[in-house]
Every structure is written in C-alpha cells, then in structure tokens.
Design a binder for this molecule. Sequence first.
Ligand code: FES
Length: 201
Amino acid sequence: MASASDAQDAVDPARRAALVTTGVVGGAGVVAAATPFVASFTPSERAKAAGAPVEVDLSDIAPGTMKTVEWRGKPVWVLRRTPEMIAAVKKTDGRVADPESKRAAYPTPPYARNELRSIKPDFLIVVGICTHLGCSPVGPMAAGSNLALGDDMGFLCPCHGSTFDLAGRVFKDKPAPDNLEVPPHKYLSETLVLVGDDSKA
Ligand code: FES
C-alpha cells in the first residue's frame, strides 16, 4: 500500500520546485521572494535528489528568516524562530486541528511530537508542501498581513486557503487534512543539522 510519503513523492517535482519560496517576517508584513532551485544539478546534487541526507548549516540563518533545502525532491524549510514567533505558536494551540500531531497521514517523528514540533525551540524543520493537494505555502507571514491568517503569524497556502502556524500546524476547518510533514533529522552540532536521517550514531 502506498504510504503518505509515496503520495508526496508522486507530486511533480518541477512544479513543486517552481513553487518554492523563501521568506522573512518584517515588522509591517510579509516579504516573500520566489527562489527557483538551480535547474541543472551536479552529480552530488543528483545524489541528494535521489534520497541522500542533506546537511544544513544553521549559522547563516538570521532570526526570523528561513532557508530552503532540497531533500528527495521536496523543499524542506528551516525556519529560525524568534522569541516572538515561539510565543505566537503558543497562542494558536486551541485553534489548530491537531495540536499534538497525533494524526498518522504524515507521522511526526517522536522528537518533534510537541507543541513547537521541533527538537530545538528556535528551529522549525518541515517539508514545505501543503498536505491538501501539494502546493507550496508562502511565508512566514507577519500577523495582520493577510485576511486568512488574521492576527496570527504563519504560512498560507494560496491554492485553497489552508493556513498553518509557525510550527507547521494546520488551523481548524481548512482543506489541508494534516500538519506539514516534519522530515527525519538530527543535529550533528550546534550549527549543523542532517535532514533525511535521524538514526542514532
Ligand atoms: S493545496 Fe494547499 S490548500 Fe489546497
């Protein structure tokens, strides 16, 4: 039987790549810029696309911004949350559909099955693909920057209006059936994380 990740793998990678965005939350509103992936990959990049784990350097991610890396043809967001962003997540608990990530379609690894869905509070690591029909949400968006999110900070999927908080948790009564997927990952050091492998050494 096909798994949820098989279903995601079936989404056209080219379309997904075209939808990848990176964003910065500013004081007045969202600043989101389209960042297409490099069209032609080197051999090592092709190996990564085939499934090899990807090392991500965290040292150059400024608070409030995120970096997008590719793992198994999927965009993986690494968002460095500010204290304000962490506080914003805590305010959404009663309004997200699955606050404790208990749903099984996109199983959340045990180490991220917590309110912030992360190993470390300041770093959110999720697959940037909407769990509805596979569009790429935009964000992070500042509170008050759009009607769908209202006073919340988060991500917005422009395809059918699903919204997610800054832990990747989908808000209630939205088309997306599940939270954003947390990929397997582990920290290699304070500033280096490995996406795609959470095995114990
Ligand atoms: S694909 Fe995201 S809301 Fe439909």
